[in-house]
Design a protein around this ligand. Structure first.
Ligand code: SF4
Length: 374
């Protein structure tokens, strides 16, 4: 698995705590540095999934993307490639740009950060696009010949601008006949420290939506998914059968990956490594052959807790064989005792191979996981 981080955006959304900067002036130098790191960290292991994430990878020109893709092709074994995703924002997805992307014959999945089809909600979030641009982006993608699109939407947006998720789901209904929307990621808005959203809430310019309303929106989402044949495979992720995100699903089952770019994380099966979140430092480091990064060896408890936390958010659940490979027999017995409580509460179901959350358990996955940590 290969992840490429593009830390640039047109401007900052009010809720964003990702590592991204608006109006980057050194994008070409950054791409040079990414190409150098790709050269440096090439391996013979086959790469099955590639993911360009951000930030907004589609702020790159087609030439900048093409240059990066060329270096990936030259340095990695892509003979078993299954899925290549690019995250995109609607304002970039105009016909000429998509034509350039299609000509590369590399990306086979586009994940669009739409978040909402309401102009009032988009404005409140300081998104760079309008609902019309979002709508046209999906049509343009279909016209350009891409047939595997994921849409990001948000639930639980603050008042007084929130119109509720049903409005966006109704607009999605109009786009479904195009046949290209195969995946939906739908996240509850969270308030991250230091964001503009946090300040707006503190100043009472916005009010978070109530739990009752959030749960109503969740029901709307679940009904829409059932009606349209989208299966839930993770707390926030839904897909047409067979169209789960292969890349993200591998994160959840501890597959090693290489992360390229400033702030990108990597995992080799034992250690986590993360490049420093510093674009200038990254560019300088790539120039002199020493990209700044930190690394930590995961203890068995870290590995166990991370696995429980991610696996319990998936419908498939916790794989017993994986669990046994991570910790000692006595830790495993402790875990088996603790999880009994959740099985008896019908929040978790046990099979020969897995402990899987029930639909009710999925809604409490984070809390259950926390109480199972070592
Ligand atoms: S587009 Fe995404 S990464 Fe960029 S500022 Fe908005 S939320 Fe953050």
């Amino acid at each position: 698995m290969l992840y490429i981080h593009i830390p640039y955006c047109h401007h900052k959304c009010t809720y964003c705590a990702f590592f991204s900067v608006a109006r980057g002036r050194n994008v070409d130098e950054y791409i040079d540095a990414v190409c150098k790191e790709l050269n440096e960290r090439s391996t013979n292991n086959p790469v099955r999934t590639v993911y360009f994430g951000g930030g907004t990878p589609t702020v790159l020109s087609v030439n900048q993307l093409d240059r990066t893709v060329g270096v990936i092709r030259d340095n990695f074994d892509l003979s078993q490639l299954e899925e290549v995703t690019i995250e995109a924002n609607p304002e970039n997805l105009v016909p000429e740009y998509l034509e350039g992307l299609a000509k590369m014959s590399f990306f086979n999945r586009i994940s669009i950060g739409i978040q909402s089809f309401s102009d009032g909600e988009l404005k409140m979030l300081n998104r760079a696009h309008t609902s019309t641009q979002a709508f046209n982006a999906v049509r343009n993608i279909a016209d350009a010949g891409f047939d595997n699109v994921s849409i990001d939407l948000m639930m639980g947006l603050p008042h007084p601008y929130s119109v509720g998720i049903q409005h966006s789901l109704n607009r999605l209904d109009e786009l479904l006949p195009l046949g290209v929307i195969k995946h939906l990621s739908c996240y509850e808005l969270t308030v991250e420290p230091g964001t503009m959203l946090e300040r707006q809430l503190k100043m009472s310019r916005l009010q978070m939506c109530e739990d009752e309303e959030l749960s109503f929106q969740y029901d709307c989402l679940m009904n829409w998914c059932v009606k349209n044949g989208f299966e839930q495979y993770e707390v926030s992720n839904f897909c047409k059968p067979g169209f789960h995100s292969r890349h993200n699903s591998r994160y959840w089952n501890r597959t090693p990956y290489i992360g390229i770019g400033a702030a990108a994380h990597s995992f080799d099966g034992c250690c986590r490594r993360w490049n420093k979140a510093d674009i200038e430092g990254y560019i300088r480091g790539a120039d002199n052959g020493s990209i700044p990064y930190e690394k930590e060896l995961l203890t068995p408890a870290d590995a166990f807790n991370e696995y429980i936390m991610t696996a319990l958010r998936t419908v498939r659940g916790i794989d017993k064989t994986m669990l046994a490979s991570l910790v000692s027999a006595s830790c495993l017995s402790d875990f088996q005792l603790k999880i009994k409580k959740f099985i008896s509460m019908r929040l978790v179901a046990e099979s020969d191979t897995h402990y899987a959350p029930t639909p009710k358990g999925l809604l409490q996955a984070d809390g259950i996981a926390a109480s199972l940590f070592l």
